[in-house]
Design a protein around this ligand. Structure first.
Ligand SMILES: O=C[C@H](O)COP(=O)(O)O
Length: 253
């Protein structure tokens, strides 16, 4: 039987947060803890902050995650972070294949798939990111691009517990631009169909997040869109009042 997934409201702090972040994190943790029945709250921190964040959020419902991991758990990989290391610091999630990593570090779908296997081995839930560029959308290829990313980045071992998909149109990230509600619904419906065809019931209950300029003013409309099971939030997750306002817009909250 298919169950509607519990929404996940996830923040991605990217390479930010050292100066004032920990105060905001504690405020977010306390706010999220008041609504554990309606959604799960997660902040994906810079790796160096996860252990401090774990201590600071002890006793709250806020989940913590990393933003990338290596596909091996240890070895001669200077500067890299393994899934085991993230978990050791207190993470339970890891973002994989964010468009900034695909662009800045030439990460391929195959790389993302291999990293997801490392995450599963450790017991981390992988948030696998997909999304088209502006040129690809204008060429009418958005769905084809996202289908290919899903096909290449997801292992056969993915299920509704160990994997979350984040649809993030590259042109909407940090720009203030957001697809029309019609376009978000169409893409999330497409992703649901791809997941259901490949993973059956597991694909029907896998969470699909929307990301890209999600903020308090557009959160209510986006979060009630069919097949939108939460959000992956960049800039607005750095301010506790904005992140908690987005949380307050979760349907049923
Ligand atoms: O991972 C988060 C996304 O890149 C969205 O970033 P943004 O909310 O700043 O547009």
């Amino acid at each position: 039987m298919t169950t509607t997934p519990k929404p996940l409201i996830a923040g991605n702090w990217k390479m930010n947060g050292v100066t004032s972040g920990l105060t905001a994190l504690r405020t977010i943790a306390e706010g999220v803890s008041q609504h554990t029945d309606t959604f799960d709250g997660l902040i994906c921190l810079p790796a160096t902050m996860i252990e401090r964040g774990t201590r600071l959020c002890n006793g709250t419902a806020l989940l913590l995650g990393g933003q990338d991991c290596h596909f091996e758990q240890s070895g001669a990989h200077t500067g890299d972070i393994s899934a085991d290391m993230l978990q050791d610091a207190g993470a339970s999630y890891v973002i994989l294949g964010h468009s900034e990593r695909r662009a800045d570090h030439d990460e391929t779908n195959t790389d993302v798939l291999k990293k997801s296997l490392a995450a599963y081995e450790t017991g981390l839930t992988a948030i696998i990111c997909v999304g088209e560029t502006r040129a690809e959308r204008e060429e009418g290829r958005a769905m084809e691009i996202v289908s290919n990313q899903l096909e290449g980045s997801m292992s056969k071992d993915a299920n509704s517990q160990n994997t979350v998909i984040a649809y993030e149109p590259v042109w909407a990230i940090g720009t203030g631009l957001v697809p029309s509600n019609h376009d978000i619904e169409a893409m999330h419906g497409h992703i649901r169909q791809v997941l259901s065809e490949r993973f059956g019931v597991e694909g029907e209950s896998m969470r699909i997040l929307y990301g890209g300029s999600l903020k308090p003013s557009n959160a209510e409309e986006i979060l009630r869109t069919k097949n939108v099971n939460g959000g992956l939030i960049g800039g607005a997750s750095l301010k506790s009042e904005d992140f908690l306002a987005i949380c307050a817009a979760v349907p049923g909250n």
